[in-house]
Design a protein around this ligand. Structure first.
Ligand code: FAD
Length: 527
């Protein structure tokens, strides 16, 4: 008689994407084990000491993904979050200007604390999932489908050395993977907690931008990989609560605040306690010139006087001096799967610059899409194969996931880069403002009637979008529209607007010309 057993997934990384993946596969009946190099976040009041407490904007795609695994999760996060209905532009002269994200229906994005989001997701994992903290993947032996982890004692010493250089979303040891396709014998015994290795059917790399699963996969097959840094760094600053203001909010809590200054910008997202997390995005080359406290003080007072007034010069400069400078990188890898044994999700598969606020949303959407693909391909919770044996139906499903997801991932990375110039510069331009108003008008007039409800088998949100929909709405509020479709449609809408502009301009010039001619003729006849 043929023996069946549950499929075994080993998930590397218990960040938000890893935690949701674990829950999703557990619900499908898989045996799930998770390794996380950091401490257990459960039951802790504050952020782990090695992770700065940034907040994130979660929008419909992320919420839809949470809902697809457990509807109560989406509700819980929405209750914990602060809705932001638009951007509040802060001009140098102190003037504030609200630009709503969805002037028609008032849809919002939501500011949520990253540690709280992560903590709640890990807390939602049932005890039947084997969770190992302070367990860092050090190598993968794909030939024998086994993973090896570094010992916790070594972990702690590594963390101590590197804490000051940590940036959110970035792993604390970005060194190359030991061993690659084979377990490294040269690394020494103390490098491996588990000499036997941990077997798996499928290893899932949710280990962020500097993924070790990805490095191991790249040694097994011809994976295309690209990595592109932008010249800007980001530095986190803190705007404390003001007890004299309602709820402690010194500026409006229901906006994402932007101080755009063309080559650089400051943004602020609200926290529940009345404070704001501010992030300065500035080229490394400009930061190099702010090498004294006086120079930094001049820079902030000249460019962000209203923020200096609220935060206080000392506090702002203290944060600016002591907080690390983070890199911003776009990473693409394709295919994001290998055989029936490995898949990359979240930042491990597609790191993007944060200017569309979609990195996490897209990572959570990966989980929803993968789940739907497994459903569509009838990948059951059990298998008759021996542990680690290749499974052709799962291989086919993973290939389909990678192939079809690729265009959407490429598109959102491109859109995130485009939004980089929009946020720090275009939002100030009158032409941009005019375009936003025309976009809203056309959306009102020609809106499609599509709804954003997705079923489990709606794997790829590649539906052809009809009517007129603004790019921001498609990306942020429409999980039923794929990122690549949003990009394609935006290009065609831009072309239409361009032609309309030319026709309008030509009509105006023609009209003025005809009136001018008529006036000239009348004037000539009178003389
Ligand atoms: P991560 O959050 O990086 O988690 C990876 C996990 O893997 C970590 O817990 C790490 O400890 C663990 N790990 C790594 N290596 C190993 C190993 N070898 N062994 C075991 N464990 C390991 N996204 C949005 O949607 N909205 C926003 O507003 C937004 N704002 C952002 C602002 C900034 C400044 C930045 C930098 C990013 C922002 N993002 C935003 C992007 C978002 O932070 C990431 O896309 C998201 O955190 C990715 O989640 P993840 O689970 O894939 O990876």
């Amino acid at each position: 008689m043929v023996q069946t057993r549950p499929r075994k997934a080993l998930i590397i990384g218990a960040g938000p994407v890893g935690a949701l993946t674990a829950l999703s596969l557990h619900r499908r009946g898989w045996e799930v084990e998770v390794w996380e190099s950091r401490d257990d976040p459960r039951g802790k009041d504050s952020a782990p000491s090695n992770l700065r407490s940034i907040n994130l904007a979660i929008s419909s795609r992320g919420l839809e993904a949470l809902r697809s695994v457990d509807p109560s999760l989406a509700e819980q996060f929405q209750a914990e979050a602060i809705p932001m209905k638009g951007r509040m532009i802060h001009h140098v002269d102190g003037k504030q200007e609200s630009q709503l994200y969805d002037p028609i229906h008032g849809q919002c994005i939501n500011s949520i604390s990253r540690p709280i989001l992560n903590q709640r997701l890990v807390e939602s994992l049932p005890s039947s999932i084997k969770l190992r903290f302070n367990a860092k993947l050090s190598s993968v032996d794909f030939a024998h489908r086994k993973a090896y982890g570094a010992s916790p004692s070594q972990e702690h010493s590594t963390k101590k050395k590197k804490t000051s250089a940590l940036v959110p979303g970035e792993e604390d040891d970005d060194g190359a993977i030991g061993g690659g396709g084979k377990k490294s014998k040269s690394k020494g015994k103390e490098d491996h907690e588990d000499e036997e290795g941990t077997p798996f059917d499928l290893i899932i790399g949710c280990d962020g931008s500097w993924s070790k699963v990805r490095t191991a996969m790249m040694r097994m097959d011809r994976l295309d990989f690209s990595q592109q840094f932008i010249p800007h760094a980001y530095i986190e600053l803190h705007m404390p609560a003001d007890p004299s203001k309602p709820g402690g909010y010194a500026i409006d809590k229901n906006h994402l605040h932007i101080w755009p200054r063309h080559a650089f910008m400051l943004i602020g997202l609200p926290n529940k306690d009345g404070s704001f997390t501010l992030t300065l995005f500035c080229p490394f080359s400009s930061l190099a010139t702010l090498d004294t406290r006086d120079a930094a003080a001049r820079f902030f007072k000249e460019n962000f006087p209203s923020a200096v007034e609220i935060v206080g010069e000392k506090r702002l400069l203290d944060d600016f001096e002591k907080n690390p400078r983070g890199n911003l990188v776009t990473i693409n890898v394709t295919p994001s799967v290998w055989s029936s044994h490995a898949v990359l999700l979240g930042d491990a598969s597609h790191s993007m610059v944060p200017f569309y606020g979609q990195g996490l949303n897209c990572g959570l959407e990966d989980v929803r899409v993968l789940n739907s693909v497994l459903e569509k391909h009838n990948i059951t919770s059990t298998t008759e194969k021996a542990l680690g044996e290749t499974d052709s139906s799962l291989e086919l499903a993973l290939k389909a996931y990678s192939l079809e997801r690729h265009e959407d991932l490429k598109a959102i990375c491109e859109l995130a880069l485009q939004n980089y110039t929009e946020m720090r510069s275009h939002v100030l331009s009158p032409l941009h403002q005019l375009r936003r108003h025309v976009d809203t008008l056309l959306t009102r007039l020609f809106r499609s009637s599509t709804t954003a409800t997705l079923s489990l088998t709606d794997a790829f949100p590649t539906k052809k979008e009809r009517g007129w929909t603004s790019l921001y709405e498609m990306v942020t509020f429409r999980p039923d529209v794929g990122y690549s479709e949003a990009l394609r449609k935006e290009k065609s809408q831009r072309e239409i607007m361009g032609w309309a502009g030319w026709i309008g301009g030509a009509t105006l010039v023609g009209g003025v010309g005809i009136v001018g001619l008529k006036l000239a003729r009348t004037w000539a006849e009178r003389r």
